[in-house]
Design a protein around this ligand. Structure first.
Ligand SMILES: NC(=O)c1ccc[n+]([C@@H]2O[C@H](COP(=O)([O-])OP(=O)(O)OC[C@H]3O[C@@H](n4cnc5c(N)ncnc54)[C@H](OP(=O)(O)O)[C@@H]3O)[C@@H](O)[C@H]2O)c1
Length: 286
């Protein structure tokens, strides 16, 4: 049962597209005052226009830029004052794909910087405001945080880290009544797939011939699967519903495993390692 609370302020990062945009709109619809973190002004204005008057305010926020985090914090504080910040949704993310053997370490660093380090930096900046409101933190993990698929090693590493981040924050923040929820979406039809594929293919083309010789057939099959996933994934509105629940329910869940294949992944991830390895090898013919 949802308890819709009006005029509580929520900040969501990576709100330009996909799950972030859907969650911003759903939160506005549910009566929250939404501050939508975006890197592109046009995306922010589109979001503002899509919601009822004044329900969504775009805020410039590249989560990897300390100066932008500090500026956003000042803006949010001015907006919510003594009420404090009710919700922080750490949603911004990228997916770096490719076999670990050939993944340039600077791409691994970029993956971990955006998906892990920046999430912690943003959370640190906003915790004093969240404490004022006895507010809540929502973290966008993934089912890739419970099962690491071949060619998605860097992304899976970042999402396994989100599992630890959510568990530790939940336990550390308990004395202040700050609740922490982790989203574990399965396959969701958003731009992340196209972005990740374009990025991965460019890296493959720029990489050594040996990579193509060794991993080429697997890469071709995984790309075809990812293209299908991009089309057939669950709608981002499904995850937006989890975000609204996590910020509205009296007793939010600690984990929200939802979207295409997520529950199946949850079950498979509990199989003994060697069984699961054999199953994966069969599925991807590797
Ligand atoms: N789609 C899925 O199947 C799926 C499944 C599980 C989990 N997730 C997670 O869901 C979250 C949202 O992804 P999505 O699927 O909705 O993909 P998306 O449409 O590509 O959205 C990603 C968002 O993150 C933003 N972003 C990227 N780097 C950023 C940075 N340095 N600073 C601030 N914002 C940044 C993007 O902004 P720009 O437009 O400015 O680049 C965009 O708003 C991610 O954490 C992703 O890992 C997705």
């Amino acid at each position: 049962m949802l308890r819709l609370v009006s005029r509580r302020v929520v900040l969501i990062t990576g709100a330009s597209t996909g799950i972030g945009a859907a969650a911003a709109l759903a939160l506005a619809e549910a009566g929250f005052e939404v501050l939508a973190g975006v890197r592109d002004e046009g995306a922010g204005e589109r979001l503002r226009a899509a919601a009822a008057d004044g329900a969504i305010t775009p805020i410039r926020l590249d989560v990897t830029a300390p100066a932008e985090i500090a500026a956003a914090r000042a803006q949010v504080e001015a907006r919510c004052g003594e009420r404090g910040l009710w919700g922080l949704v750490n949603n911004a993310g990228i997916a770096v794909a490719g076999p670990l053997e050939f993944l340039p370490v600077e791409d691994l660093r970029r993956q971990l910087e955006v998906n892990v380090v920046a999430q912690v930096a943003v959370t640190q900046a906003f915790l004093p405001l969240l404490r004022r409101a006895r507010g809540r933190v929502v973290i966008t993990g993934s089912d890739a945080g419970i099962f690491g698929a071949p060619l998605l090693g860097a992304y899976a590493m970042s999402k396994f880290a989100m599992e630890a981040l959510a568990d530790v924050l939940r336990r550390e923040l308990r004395p202040w009544g700050i609740k922490v929820a982790l989203l574990e979406p399965g396959v969701i039809a958003t731009e992340i797939w196209g972005r990740s594929l374009a990025d991965g293919v460019a890296r493959l083309e720029a990489g050594p011939a040996e990579q193509r010789d060794l991993y080429g057939p697997l890469i071709t099959r995984v790309i075809a699967q990812a293209e299908r996933d991009a089309q057939e994934g669950s709608p981002p509105a499904l995850i937006a519903r989890d975000v609204v629940h996590a910020l509205s329910a009296r007793r939010p869940r600690t984990r929200y495993l939802s979207g295409r294949n997520a529950r199946l992944t949850g079950v498979l991830a509990r199989l003994p390692d060697r069984w699961l390895d054999a199953l994966v090898a069969r599925l991807i013919r590797w």
